[in-house]
Design a protein. Sequence first.
Length: 161
Amino acid sequence: MRTINIICVGNLKEKYLREAAAEYEKRLSAYCKLKITELNEYKLPDKPSPSEIAKCIETEGAAIASKIPQNAVVAAMCIEGEMLSSESFSQKLENLMSDESASELCFIIGGSYGLSDEIKKRAKLKLSLSRMTFTHQISRVLILEQIYRAFQISTGGKYHK
């Protein structure tokens, strides 16, 4: 069974988001070993300067990089990433997970200001959920749901219609 790790900045503060994530985590246990690695958000003032934002992205990026296993395949969730249909994502997930040299597949969800260039360069896949902007907490639930849907598509399950 393959391992999928979601490395994310911040935790799920709202009960409804924690419940939704827990439901998909339970469903995914039939298909993969799932790990969620939560990292602390960098604290910024209410109106941060560009240099403070750059420091935030750099600091969060270093924390993320320290949690990525050496031989992991990285999928970065970022605004400039590829937008895929659920069917295309399912195929892409199968291809990424078929890499026998990879220890696990890591989806990276950055903080409010996005991901560092270092993390984006390391990514084999850059993925965008939409042209719309979502909080990083909602993004976590959305990617969990799409990973579950991808497994359902690839196994001919009933969930995907």
